[in-house]
Design a protein around this ligand. Sequence first.
Ligand code: HPA
Length: 417
Amino acid sequence: MTAGPYKNPAPTVDVIIELPGDKIVLVQRKNPPLGWALPGGFVEYGESLEEAAVREAREETSLEVTLIRQHKTYSRPDRDPRGHTISTVFVAEAQGLPKAADDAQEIGIFDRLSLPSPLAFDHQEILQDYFNHLTVRTVRPPSPQDNEERIGQVLKLLKNRIPADTQIGIILGTGLGGIADRLQDSSSLSYQDLPFFPQSTVASHPGKLIWGTLAGKKVLVLQGRFHLYEGYTPEEIGFPIRVLAAWGIKFLIIANAAGGLDPNFLPGDLLMITDQINSTGENPLIGPHLETWGPRFPDMSRVYDPHLRVLAEKTARDQKIPLRRGVYVGVKGPCLETPAETRFLISMGAQAVGMSTIMETIVAVQSGMALLGFCAITNVNRPDHPEPVSLESVIQTAQSAETKLSALLEGVLAKLE
Ligand code: HPA
């Protein structure tokens, strides 16, 4: 959407206030935007931009608002007498509805998931972006009860589509999504069509929920996953897993692309994860807890199911697929590791490193699922002989390991009771 042409003075939305019940208030300032006005008269002496935004929002809505964060800073070259300018949108939170809403022209209250089309704001594209953003991320994290309701809505959508007795879930990561092509009688829904589902922002993760039959077993495949480095919260990454759990998934097989930390590994190797280290500094279970989710303090002594692991080892042996085993350490990314970090991760006792999986497995363990995890080793990090790692080579090598992984997966599925 193209911006403008701007009226003079251009109307501007400066503060977006989140209200309970999926409503938002847009406070449109009468004055030029704060950033643009600097160092003019709209920010009072000694006041920061944030303080000015809160003061304005309070004055215009009669609400006690609290600033949550700065939403985005927009360059407004069209508005700046010097050829460049910054306009800042703040996101605030308030209890109750604004008293001034009826008579204040400057204020609009909208349903947060639908942008009313006749909005005459110049900032329509900013709002559109904000709303798009809101459908995948909420500024205020949803409560566990909100989450349950959201899961219920996804389940309702899936109910008459997916066979009710589908008990096996598969998550396919970077470069491994092609395995889903082997499903028979498959159907799919894009994550975009699933309410409250995060959206994949990584090109190598297509973002589809696919169901069908693989090796004679009914499976539900998440083709594409979510990462902390994309900016998703641990709860958001855990959301699809809670959906799978609520659906009744009992077995979850996770595949990812990872860096090898054992100098004997080679790019293209397959590794079965025996255990994991959460080195992300995050945990999806922090915060309010619902008893129905499972234990508050889940036992992590057997994250990856011992019986499934034996089954995978045996299948690999029978099919003569070389299978490494080792500990997976999850990091936040998106940077790859420095040689010093690699040394540190090796000293922790890890044989593979990646930027996914951990948030998902924690939720899956709490939900009581039996887990199996595989890594396609896409690169081997040797701290004494460091070599650059590119995303292209990671994807390419993962794809080259796909055939082996697919054969192994199908072998395991065939034997799964
Ligand atoms: N480090 C972290 N994540 C990765 C790597 C790596 O070397 N390779 C693929 N994913």
